[in-house]
Design a protein around this ligand. Structure first.
Ligand SMILES: *Cc1c(COP(=O)(O)O)cnc(C)c1O
Length: 800
C-alpha cells in the first residue's frame, strides 16, 4: 500500500462521509479526530490481518506476555510514528489547517497499570513488534484504569478514570472468539479408561470477550496483538418471551456481578490486598488467555507435545502465576495428557519475571478462597506442591528445608513459589535485583535450580520516550549522526564524540530550554504556579512509596527553606522541585507525604525571601502522557530509593535518554547506568545494599541518637510536628524516628552534599552539557529492544 498525502486526504473525506454523512471539514474537532484515527487504523489493519495470517501458518514461535497491567499511554502518535507516517500526517494537518497535538487531546489514554510494571509491559510490546518477534499481550480490558488523582487542599482525592467514555478507536471486539470461564462448584473424580476425569458441577460461567489492540512495529510492517478480556454474563441476549420483572432484576444483578470482574484495575502498586475480586481477575484472564491459545493451536492440529516449540508464555510478576496450574488443568483434563508429560510441557512453556523483593508485595492466597473459587485448579496446585515437596525431601532429608520452599504453607499459597516451580526460567529485572533474588529471597530455589535463574535488566522504548516525547532532540540527533540510530538505539553511542563539541552542546542546551518552557507552561496550566525556566528543574516523578523516598527530597527542601531564612549570605542556583505521584488509596503515610509536599510548596512559593531560590510544584494525576512532557523538560532526575528496594526502575532510563542527569543511590538499574556512563557522569550517593544489610543485622540504626549528632536535621524533623506547615505531620515524624525501614535520615547528609556538588557543576554550563551528551549517548543500552532480544534468545529460544 502506497500512502500519499492525496490518499490520506481522500480517505478522510470518505470516512467522514461513512461515519457522519458530512464533509470532513464540516465535522467537529472531536469527530475529525475520530475520522483521522479511523483512517490510520485502516492503514495498519492490512498488516495486522496479514501478520495474523502468517502466524496462523504456524511457522514462527509465538510469545504471549501475560500481564495484569498494560500502561499503554496514548496510541495515536506512536502508531503514526511506527507506521512511518509522521511527516505525511504533518503535511496533511498543515494543508487542512489542523494540529495533531490538538487531536491527541481526544485520543483516549489507556492507563491500565499502576506504574513501572505495567509500563514495562507496554514497552515490551512495542519492542517485540519493532524487532519482529511475534509477541502478543494478554490482559484485562478494565472499564476503569488507575484512579484519577485530584489535589484538594493539598490532599489526594481519587476519582474514577472513565477512559472509555468516548470509545476507544484502536480496539476491535472479537465476540466469536469468546471463552467460558468456570468459577465455584464441586469436583468429583471419575475413573474412565485409565484417566481420572473430573466432573465439575454447580459452577458459574462467566463469558470472557476479547478486545484486540494492534501493536505496530517500527517501519517493518509487523502488527502484533494485545488481547484484553472483558467479563460478561453468559447468554446476554435478553429473552423477551420469558420477560417478567422478577427475572429481569435478577438478570441485572447477575450481569452486574459478572461485569465486576473487569470493572477496575486495583490501585495497589506494591501491596496485595488479597481481595477475592482480585483473585477472580487473575484466574479470569489467565484461563481466557490459555484457553484461546490452546484451542487455536489445537485447531491447527498441533499436539500438546509440540506446544513448547510453538509458543512461550511469560508471566509478568506473580499476578498470572495461576497460568501454571490452569495450563496443567487444560492439558490433563481437556487434552488427556498424563501428569508427567503435562508437567514437562508446562515448565518448558512457562517463564516468570519477578519484580519485587518487598515482602509485603509477595502475593499469597488463602487456600480456602482458592479452593472455593476454582476447586479443580486448587486440586492441581495441591498435587504440584505434594510432588515438589516429596522431591525436595528426598534431596535434603530435612523437613524444615522443605517448608521453606513449599508452595502451600500455613494454609496459604505462595504464588512466587508456584511460579518458580512451574517455570524453566526465573528472571530478575536488574543485575542487583537478580543478585538479591539468588542470594537472599529465593536462595533455596537457586540451590535447587541454578540454571533457571537469570537477569534481564529492564528497558524503555526510545520510540515513545524519545522520538515521540522529544522531537527536537530527535531531529538534532538525526542531523549529527544520521538516522540509523532509530532502528538501532545502541548507535546513540556515536554522540559521545560530540560531548566536547561546544556548538553541539549549546544546541542540546537550547533544546532543553525549549522543553523546560513547555513544561513551565504546563505547570502553570496544571497548578497555577509560575516557575523560572533558568532554574534547575529537579524532578521526582513515580508512584508515592516509602522506599522511593520522596520524603527525603521534601526534607531536603525544608532544610533549604530554613537555611535561606536563617543565613543572610545563603546562595544557590535557583531550583524548581517538581513532584508527581499517586499514592495507593489505603496507604496512609504516602498520602501524608503528598500533603506535606503541597504544604511545604505553599509556604515556599509564597515567601519572596525563599522563592527566589526555590519553588516546589506537585503536578496532579501522574500518567504516561504527563511523563512525556515532564521528563524531556527536566535537568535532574531523582532516583533515590533505599538501596536494594527498587528492583530496576525505568523512569531513570527515560530521564537519561532525554538528557537529564541522575542523582541516585546504587539501586536497581542505577547501578548499570553508572557502569555505562562512568561514575563521573552520574551523581551517586548513599549507603549501599550491603552496608544497609549490615546495619539491619546489627540493628545499629537508631534515628533518635542519629538526630542528636545532627542538630540541623533534627530541627528540620521537629518542624514536622510544630505546626510550621499547618496540618498534622506527626505520623511522618513518628515514622522517621521509629526505626524507619527506608533509612531516610541515615542517607540525608550525603544527599545534601551531593545536591551542593550538583549546584556547582550546573553553573559550569559546558561541563554540565558535556555530561548530558554522554548520558544520552549511553542511554541506547537501556532500550527495551536490547532487553527483548535477550528474553528472546535466552528464555524463549528465539534467535532474531
Ligand atoms: C515509567 C513510568 C513509571 C515507572 O517509574 P519508576 O520511576 O521507574 O518507578 C511509572 N509511571 C509512569 C506513568 C511511567 O511512565
Amino acid at each position: 500500500m502506497n500512502i500519499t498525502k492525496q490518499k490520506i486526504l481522500s480517505d478522510l473525506k470518505k470516512v467522514a462521509m461513512i461515519m457522519f454523512t458530512k464533509e470532513f471539514i464540516d465535522t467537529s474537532k472531536e469527530d475529525q479526530y475520530e475520522i483521522f484515527a479511523t483512517v490510520i487504523k485502516g492503514y495498519l489493519s492490512e498488516n495486522w490481518l496479514k501478520k495474523n495470517e502468517n502466524y496462523r501458518i504456524g511457522k514462527e514461535k509465538q510469545v504471549y506476555y501475560f500481564s495484569l497491567e498494560f500502561l499503554l499511554g496514548k496510541m495515536m502518535c506512536t502508531n503514526i510514528i511506527n507506521l512511518g507516517l509522521e511527516d505525511l500526517c504533518m503535511e496533511v494537518m498543515d494543508e487542512l489547517g489542523l494540529d495533531l497535538d490538538e487531536f491527541e487531546k481526544y485520543d483516549a489514554e489507556p492507563g491500565l497499570g499502576n506504574g513501572g510494571l505495567g509500563r514495562l509491559a507496554a514497552c515490551f510490546l512495542d519492542s517485540m513488534a519493532s524487532i519482529g518477534i511475534p509477541g502478543h499481550g494478554c490482559g484485562i480490558r478494565y472499564d476503569y484504569g488507575l484512579f484519577e488523582q485530584k489535589i484538594v487542599n493539598g490532599e489526594q482525592i481519587e476519582g474514577p478514570d472513565n477512559w472509555l467514555k468516548n470509545g476507544f478507536v484502536w480496539e476491535t471486539k472479537k465476540s466469536h472468539e469468546s471463552q467460558r470461564i468456570k468459577f465455584y462448584g464441586e469436583i468429583t473424580l471419575k475413573e474412565t479408561e485409565g484417566y481420572l476425569t473430573p466432573i465439575h458441577t454447580g459452577y458459574e460461567t462467566i463469558l470472557a470477550v476479547p478486545y484486540d489492540i494492534p501493536v505496530v512495529g517500527y517501519n517493518n510492517k509487523v502488527v502484533n496483538n494485545l488481547r484484553l478480556w472483558k467479563a460478561q454474563i453468559q447468554g446476554n441476549d435478553f429473552d423477551f418471551n420469558s420477560f417478567n420483572y422478577g427475572t429481569f432484576s435478577e438478570l441485572d444483578e447477575q450481569k452486574r456481578k459478572a461485569e465486576a470482574i473487569s470493572k477496575l484495575l486495583y490501585p495497589d502498586d506494591a501491596t496485595e490486598s488479597g481481595r477475592l475480586l482480585r483473585l477472580k481477575q487473575e484466574y479470569f484472564f489467565v484461563s481466557a488467555g490459555l484457553q484461546s491459545i490452546v484451542s487455536y493451536n489445537s485447531k491447527k492440529g498441533i499436539r500438546p507435545s509440540k506446544f513448547p516449540e510453538t509458543f512461550n508464555i511469560q508471566i509478568n510478576d506473580t499476578h498470572p502465576a495461576l497460568c501454571i496450574a490452569e495450563f496443567m488443568r487444560i492439558l490433563i483434563d481437556e487434552k488427556k495428557v498424563y501428569w508427567d508429560e503435562a508437567w514437562e510441557i508446562t515448565k518448558k512453556v512457562m517463564s516468570y519475571t519477578n519484580h519485587t523483593i518487598l515482602t509485603e508485595a509477595m502475593e499469597k492466597w488463602e487456600i480456602d478462597k482458592v479452593q472455593k473459587l476454582i476447586p479443580r485448579v486448587y486440586m492441581i496446585i495441591e498435587e504440584i506442591n505434594r510432588r515438589f515437596c516429596n522431591k525436595v525431601y528426598q534431596k535434603y532429608d530435612d523437613w524444615d528445608r522443605v517448608m521453606e520452599v513449599a508452595i502451600i504453607k500455613d494454609r496459604v499459597i505462595n504464588m512466587a513459589h508456584l511460579a518458580i516451580v512451574g517455570s524453566h526460567s526465573i528472571n530478575g529485572v536488574s543485575k542487583l535485583h537478580t543478585e538479591i533474588l539468588t542470594k537472599k529471597i529465593f536462595k533455596n530455589f537457586y540451590e535447587l535450580y541454578p540454571e533457571r535463574f537469570n537477569n534481564k535488566t529492564n528497558g524503555i522504548t526510545h520510540r515513545r520516550w524519545l522520538l515521540k516525547s522529544n522531537k527536537a532532540l530527535t531531529t538534532l540527533i538525526d542531523d549529527v549522526i544520521g538516522y540509523s540510530w532509530k532502528d538501532d538505539p545502541n548507535l546513540l553511542e556515536k554522540l559521545a564524540e560530540f560531548s566536547q563539541d561546544r556548538s553541539f552542546c549549546k544546541k542540546i542546551e537550547g533544546i532543553k530550554l525549549e522543553n523546560k518552557k513547555k513544561l513551565a507552561k504546563f505547570i502553570w496550566e496544571e497548578t497555577g504556579i509560575e516557575v523560572d525556566v533558568n532554574s534547575i528543574f529537579d524532578t521526582h516523578v513515580k508512584r508515592m512509596h516509602g522506599y522511593k523516598r520522596q520524603l527525603m527530597n521534601i526534607l531536603h527542601i525544608i532544610y533549604l527553606y530554613r537555611e535561606i531564612l536563617e543565613d543572610k549570605d545563603f546562595t544557590m542556583h535557583p531550583k524548581t522541585f517538581i513532584f508527581s505521584a499517586k499514592a495507593a488509596p489505603g496507604y496512609y503515610l504516602a498520602k501524608r507525604i503528598i500533603k506535606l509536599i503541597n504544604s511545604v510548596g505553599n509556604l515556599v512559593n509564597d515567601d519572596e525571601r525563599v522563592n527566589k531560590f526555590i519553588r516546589v510544584v506537585f503536578i496532579p494525576n501522574y500518567s504516561v502522557s504527563k511523563a512525556q512532557i515532564i521528563i524531556p523538560g527536566s535537568d535532574l532526575s531523582e532516583q533515590i530509593s533505599t538501596a536494594g528496594m527498587e528492583a530496576s526502575g525505568t523512569s531513570n532510563m527515560k530521564f537519561m535518554m532525554n538528557g537529564a542527569l541522575t542523582i541516585g543511590t546504587l539501586d536497581g538499574a542505577n547501578v548499570e547506568m553508572k557502569e555505562a556512563v562512568g561514575e563521573e557522569n552520574i551523581f551517586i550517593f548513599g549507603l549501599e545494599y550491603k552496608e544497609l544489610k549490615e546495619i539491619r543485622k546489627k540493628q545499629s540504626y537508631d534515628p533518635i541518637k542519629f538526630l542528636e549528632t545532627n542538630p540541623k536535621l533534627k530541627t528540620v524533623v521537629e518542624m514536622l510536628r510544630d505546626g510550621t506547615f499547618g496540618g498534622d505531620f506527626s505520623s511522618i515524624y513518628s515514622h522517621l524516628i521509629d526505626g524507619d525501614r527506608y533509612f531516610v535520615l541515615k542517607d540525608f547528609n550525603t544527599y545534601l552534599e551531593t545536591h551542593r556538588k550538583i549546584d556547582k557543576i550546573y553553573r559550569d554550563r559546558d561541563k554540565w552539557n558535556s555530561m548530558v551528551v554522554k548520558n544520552i549517548a549511553k542511554s541506547g543500552y537501556f532500550s527495551s529492544d536490547n532487553t527483548i532480544r535477550k528474553y528472546a534468545k535466552e528464555i524463549w529460544g528465539i534467535d532474531n
